[in-house]
Design a protein. Sequence first.
Length: 239
Amino acid sequence: MPPTRVPAAVPILVAHLGDGAALPGPLADLGDWLAGSSRLRAFVDAHRDKIRKKVRGATSEGARLDLWAEFRVATRLLADRRIDLAFEAYGAGNRGPDYTATYRAGRPFNLEVTRRHGPAADGLERTILGKLRQLPPSRANVLVVAVDDAVDAPPDPLATMRALRARADRHDDAWFAAHGFADASTFHHGVLRLSAVIVWTEHLGGRSLAVAWSNPGARIALEPAAMRAVVAALGDAAA
């Protein structure tokens, strides 16, 4: 079988992103992803300087894994030609979501990618809470949480969101204050901006799995067809 031809643009892009050196640690995977996707190459080329800055800033293994998850999500979404992505549409350095996406030229929605920090459900709680404050109010907001250590399947975010809502309904202001919110009411207002949570893993024998929760109380809901397409792109399923 002849070797796969690597497009000439790939080593040029990789050299640019790595400032002339090999991409560090898990980010080395980006070269293979670029070789396999013309849409990803166009996306990375359009944002090459911003991406290079992010690679420079990822000096720890954890930061590189965070960036790996961010670019892997972009790779998977761009494999669906019905989905278009804009990178840091709110401006580099601002606390806005990583991507703004559109499905079939429909209404744009924001998509923030992060990794679960800490084990099990409490780590998922902290991760979701840590992102609520940077969700803009003007669009649907989807949070994708990458889970590195799932054994059978990623955890269902429904249980986590129910637990958080139960705490808020009990007015557990001290608990929310310890997690960065003024009180339970502030959490209630913040969660209205969250349209959906998708917990995702790609560490199960090469498989990729995604479990989603849609917020029935969100101010701006994500269109169901767009939600199905995103979950399918992340979870090795057909939309």
